[in-house]
Ligand binder design. Sequence first.
Ligand code: SF4
Length: 363
Amino acid sequence: MSYPTLSPVKTLILISSDKMKKHAIIPIFIPHEGCPNDCVFCNQKKITARTHAEENINIEEIASRYLSTLKDPRPEVIEMAMYGGSFTGIPVEKQNEYLAVAKDYKDKGIIDKIHLSTRPDYINEEILSNLKAYDVDVIELGVQSFDDEVLMLSERGHDSSVVYKSCEMIKNFGFTLGIQLMVGLPGDTAEKSVFSAKETVKIAPQIARIYPTVIIEDTKLLDMYRQGSYSPLSLEEAVETSKKMYNILFDAGINIIRVGLKSSDIINENGEIYGNTFHPAFRQLVEGEIAKEKIEKQLKELCDAASTADISFISNSRSFSNMIGMKGVNKKYFKENYPRCSFSYDKNDALKDYEYKVQITRG
Ligand code: SF4
């Protein structure tokens, strides 16, 4: 599959779309049983071995628990999402057992979409025909990188040629395609990450995720880190590279549904996290940097660091926190770098998400 994410989360995940209509995800954690691989950054194999997590999971029970937390009005879209191991790598009988429950929920109108994640090399015509028969909507591939050296050093067990073939097949079958990319894997560079984002744009999936590589317990990556053969990115580097990738994907109209991990995504939630690439609000760090960049570009067209002016920065309410930056970091930046200007931060909900306006109000 993908990054070792999405443990059995305890709350229903509600995602707001750009029109503020609610989108609910019922996460079903399918453990490592489908994955004989051992990617260097993933701890699922060890965790599964220790916890016997391969035992049967009861989708109906999980779903009804999540559904009972839903309030009126019903979210516009409810997805049942099977994450965790490599879904299409588990025995087909087991896949079908899970899918039959999901399809039944979909046929009854309880959920609207079936969503799953898997590895690029666990896709073929037969697998896709089966998923089609169960009315699956979205297939996300844990691609991680389009660079063969990065894939090899991360022990992904396949090269990038498989990714192109699988993505094409998924699209030809009419599924919604998602691509997950990672930043800062062994052998990775900012240029390689940007290359991966550009290759993703060529493939044109509908959705994407960007995850910084995080070093967790029970992984080969932690051994490599301790031995000195792997150096993680700094948080700033991870944000900077993710920002470049984000801009490339966003400008291509790809819906970036996730940037960064949450602590509940990490399978061994209580285990230690090493290095500095984990940040619980990683997406806001990235989007705040992008906001700063967009604002400064406009600002420089209106004045320079020596100018004296009253200036208003404007965004809609949803993008306001990005405009301010994490803990007001953007406010501080502009105050320090344009000391003779005074700035106000204003809202205008007529603006689109991630649109920022700069206006001189006096100067
Ligand atoms: S493919 Fe790699 S990341 Fe995904 S579950 Fe298997 S070992 Fe973990």
